[in-house]
Design a protein around this ligand. Structure first.
Ligand SMILES: [Zn+2]
Ligand SMILES: [Zn+2]
Length: 148
């Protein structure tokens, strides 16, 4: 494999990164570079009630220790929730090993907790509205749910 200028390389282990869709992945580190656009979309999907732009969710902590995998710029240390990350303004956010999971996993857990609570409220309202027989019918005919 020939290395050319700007060939994406892992800032931790110097392995060449694999391009996967919009992402660049380091297999040995299980690290991944995600564009700001994609991260913004993921966060919106996971936390639809959080309307802040990605920029507002990232807390800048100053210059980080590593260069961007795709350019010579030193990445900025940022925090997303309680997960510390590195960011290149031009190329996106670098997630070490389980950091993407921590960011998305936390989001997913929060979202499912919200969904469970929402569903409980819907069921409670239905049992009041429909009574026990109605609830049984609702369970038997899932299409009824879709009409809500
Ligand atoms: Zn690596
Ligand atoms: Zn960069």
């Amino acid at each position: 494999m020939t290395f050319r200028d700007g060939f994406p390389m892992c800032p931790t282990c110097r392995s060449p990164l694999d391009a996967r869709g919009r992402r660049f992945v380091c297999e040995p580190c299980t690290a991944v570079l995600v564009t700001s656009d994609e991260l913004g979309e993921l966060l919106r999907e996971l936390r639809p009630n959080d309307t802040r732009a990605l920029e507002q969710q990232l807390k800048p902590l100053g210059p980080g220790p590593r260069p961007c995998p795709r350019c010579p710029v030193v990445m900025e240390s940022v925090k997303l929730g309680d997960v510390p990350l590195d960011r290149c303004a031009a190329h996106g956010i670098w997630f070490d090993h389980d950091e993407l999971e921590r960011v998305l996993g936390g989001g997913r857990a929060a979202v499912s907790a919200f969904e469970v609570e929402h569903q409980n409220r819907v069921d409670a309202a239905d049992s009041f509205e429909l009574g026990e027989l109605g609830m049984l019918l609702k369970a038997l005919w899932p299409w009824k749910k879709q009409r809500r």
